[in-house]
Design a protein around this ligand. Structure first.
Ligand code: OGA
Ligand code: NI
Length: 288
């Protein structure tokens, strides 16, 4: 508990092992999605994403014409709430993709629920407070973004994902066992995260930084590509429901440490990021 608390304050990132998610399931999920991306473009295009829901297959949406694109494709799916789940957007091929992704999501939701308790207690709050603030177990949002970074002949000219912080609550990332790529900002340096097989990389996202009144950090990160191996990652986003105002917990606001943020709903937050074109900026920049 103490180690995680320290990591959330100092790095915004930590790894978890012995997390209760079946390692065979993890490897199958990564394998089946790698197979998905290995299919011909025509097959993948059947699931082309739309600006309205972001769901489906694509490259980065909403970038200006002429902008430098990130060197990666992704597939974005809603897991919760159930009503946002569009069965037509889930790949039919490989045939086991859907079932494996459902089971993977179920186990990750359980892990996230557990992590919420750990983070909440670590902040000195009751075990359930953080989960409640995000809207309760029934109403939270969860999405999966599967990233595929092909080999790149000139990796020094581009990035797999440009620097950004994740907008939601918490992100649980599963990466390839032996391909590095993720880098985390620490002061003015980029620190590479070495993969640990069967582990998850967890990071605090913007809304938990806000709820914790800046005690936990939503830290900027980016992805490098390389010329020798492609890379797959599964980013599971655990997000608040969209329509409740989120601001710092009263317990974490004191005369010495006043509230750093005004309450705002997650829907408003996302809109303001999109409108200002601030995707990829740190939370500090976003809220200015
Ligand atoms: C993301 C992300 C990191 C990675 O999808 O938001 O930061 O290693 N992914 O793919
Ligand atoms: Ni990210």
């Amino acid at each position: 508990m103490r180690t995680i608390g320290g990591a959330c304050r100092e790095w915004g990132f930590f790894k978890v092992v012995n997390h209760g998610v079946d390692p065979d399931l993890m490897r199958s999920a990564r394998g089946v999605w790698r197979e998905f991306f290995y299919q011909p473009l025509e097959e993948k295009r059947r699931y082309a994403n739309s600006p309205a829901t972001y769901e489906g297959f694509g490259s980065r949406l909403g970038v200006e014409k002429g902008a430098i694109l990130d060197w990666g494709d992704y597939f974005f799916l809603h897991v919760l709430p159930e009503r946002l789940k569009n069965p037509h957007k889930w790949p039919k091929l490989p045939s086991s993709c859907r079932e494996i992704t459902e089971e993977y999501s179920k186990q990750l939701l359980k892990l996230c629920g557990f992590l919420m308790k750990v983070l909440s207690l670590n902040l000195g709050l009751g075990e359930e407070e953080l989960q409640k603030a995000l809207g309760g177990e029934e109403d939270i949002g969860a999405c999966l973004r599967v990233n595929y970074y092909p080999k790149c002949p000139q990796p020094e000219l581009t990035l797999g994902i440009s620097p950004h912080s994740d907008p939601g609550g918490l992100t649980v990332l599963y990466v390839d066992d032996h391909v590095e790529g993720l880098q985390v900002r620490k002061n003015d340096e980029w620190i590479s995260v070495k993969p640990t097989p069967d582990s998850f990389i967890v990071n605090i996202a913007d809304q938990i930084q806000i709820l914790s009144n800046g005690i936990y950090k939503s830290v900027e990160h980016r992805v490098l590509v390389n010329s020798s191996q492609d890379r797959v990652s599964l980013a599971f986003f655990y997000n608040p429901r969209g329509d409740i105002p989120l601001g710092p917990f009263d317990e974490l606001v004191t005369p010495e440490w006043p509230a750093l943020y005004q309450p705002m709903t997650y829907d408003e937050y996302r809109l303001s990021i999109r409108k200002k074109g601030l995707k990829g900026k740190s939370l500090g920049e976003t809220l200015k």
